[in-house]
Write a protein that binds this ligand. Structure first.
Ligand code: 5RP
Length: 219
């Protein structure tokens, strides 16, 4: 079974969490794209939809959905999104697609966060995947110097501009033995808009697809 098929299975498994009348938040990425393709089949269960990126919004609209803003809906019942890495405490690294800021906002606004991944994303220790950090362009060098002082290696994702008009630093070699502490610490650096460590707002449920099916982990 290839990784696309596993992603599709994880996405399919998340459908059962969408109850009638759900205000649904939608993440970004190839796993979520699989989910978006399945949503027309359960259209009657969705009250309103909010999206975490221009890319997901466009795809949802292509499937005939109207996309609301978070300001319009207030709270979200359920947020479904993928991840770049997840540990067994359901702390995540996100932002491989560069949509981490809106993803973190929607996760924070959601009563329940279901994360859908294939087995390759489950790790013992976060940090093999470089941590995406969204920075204000004018603060990029300043933030990079601060990260180097933490013995990390920030690499500018050259040519990429986020939906919010900012830049991404992909941070290698960050010591994330304590994800809560590192997220807090990085959040103190002026110029950082969003850190791609999701530890203070982890997933509530992780759906992990492998060749045998989909298993569920809860925080
Ligand atoms: C986008 C994200 C994605 O959830 C993450 O990159 C996983 O993507 P994929 O489902 O394509 O593996 O955080 O900003």
């Amino acid at each position: 079974m290839d990784s696309k098929e596993k992603k599709r299975n994880a996405a399919r498994a998340s459908l059962e969490f969408i109850e009638p009348g759900t205000v649904l938040g939608i993440g970004t990425g190839s796993t979520v794209n699989e989910l978006i393709g399945m949503l027309p089949g359960i259209r009657d269960r969705i009250d309103k939809l909010v999206s975490s990126s221009k890319a997901s919004t466009e795809l949802l609209q292509q499937h005939g959905f109207e996309v609301s803003t978070l300001n319009e809906v207030g709270d979200i019942d359920l947020y479904i999104d993928g991840a770049d890495e997840a540990n067994k405490r359901l702390h995540l690294i996100k932002g491989g697609g560069g949509a981490l800021t809106r993803e973190k906002v929607l996760a924070g606004a959601a009563r329940r966060f279901v994360c859908i991944v294939d087995e390759s994303k489950l790790v013992g220790l976060l940090g093999s995947f470089p941590v995406p950090i969204e920075v204000l362009p004018m603060a990029q060098t300043f933030v990079s110097h601060k990260l180097v002082r933490l013995r990390a290696q920030p690499i500018w994702r050259e040519g990429f501009v986020t939906d919010n008009g900012n830049h991404i630093l992909d941070v290698h070699k960050l010591n994330i033995s304590n994800p809560l502490e590192m997220e807090t610490r990085l959040n103190q650096i002026p110029g950082i808009l969003t850190v791609g460590i999701f530890a203070h707002r982890p997933a509530d449920i992780l759906l992990i697809a492998d060749s045998n099916g989909v298993r569920e982990m809860r925080a």
